[in-house]
Design a protein around this ligand. Structure first.
Ligand code: IDP
Ligand code: MG
Length: 154
């Protein structure tokens, strides 16, 4: 498990409008993960349908796309050891009412259709999502000053 594993994390339109960009970023920063890319974007319906293509047959798909298209999204790449799985743990369960307190959804959300954030569910999907949301060269490569204080071994 390399310390360079990357995951795609997005703050959905409700999270942006509710002023939760700062608190959500803080949780990833404080855990020790490194921000590799960030932008505020409204990518449009076709892009959002591609992002959620696996869910296109679900009855909630149209309302999900409408929700995601209702305002800007804060799209990010976070990097670190086991970033994908740990990122999901930081977000909490899909349904906020089933999310443990201390997780983002468990602290800030109630309805599944307003669950504030997205995180990749596998390393393979993280790579696909990063390629969908970011252009080549948008992710920044650098050594975080705190690296040797976070990791015993690279
Ligand atoms: P995840 O975001 O935890 O990975 P997914 O199953 O991939 O969950 O679903 C993607 C998003 O679709 C969820 O975050 C949520 O916003 C929405 N969603 C999932 N299930 C439902 C549902 O039953 N009703 C309404 N929206 C849903
Ligand atoms: Mg998902």
């Amino acid at each position: 498990m390399a310390a360079s594993e990357q995951t795609f994390i997005a703050i959905k339109p409700d999270g942006v409008q509710r002023g939760l960009i700062g608190p959500i970023i803080s949780r990833f920063e404080q855990r020790g993960f490194k921000l590799a890319a960030i932008k505020l974007t409204s990518p449009g319906k076709a892009h959002l349908e591609a992002h959620y293509a696996d869910l296109s047959e679900k009855p909630f798909f149209p309302s999900l796309i409408e929700y995601m298209n209702s305002g800007p999204i804060c799209a990010m790449i976070w990097e670190g050891r086991d970033a994908v799985k740990t990122g999901r743990a930081i977000l909490g369960a899909t349904n906020p009412l089933a999310s443990a307190p201390g997780t983002i959804r468990g602290d800030y959300a109630i309805d599944v259709g307003r669950n504030v954030c997205h995180g990749s569910d596998s390393v393979e999907n993280a790579q696909k999502e990063i390629a969908l949301w970011f252009k080549e060269g948008e992710a920044v490569s650098y050594k975080a000053a705190q690296f040797d204080w976070i990791y015993e071994k690279p």
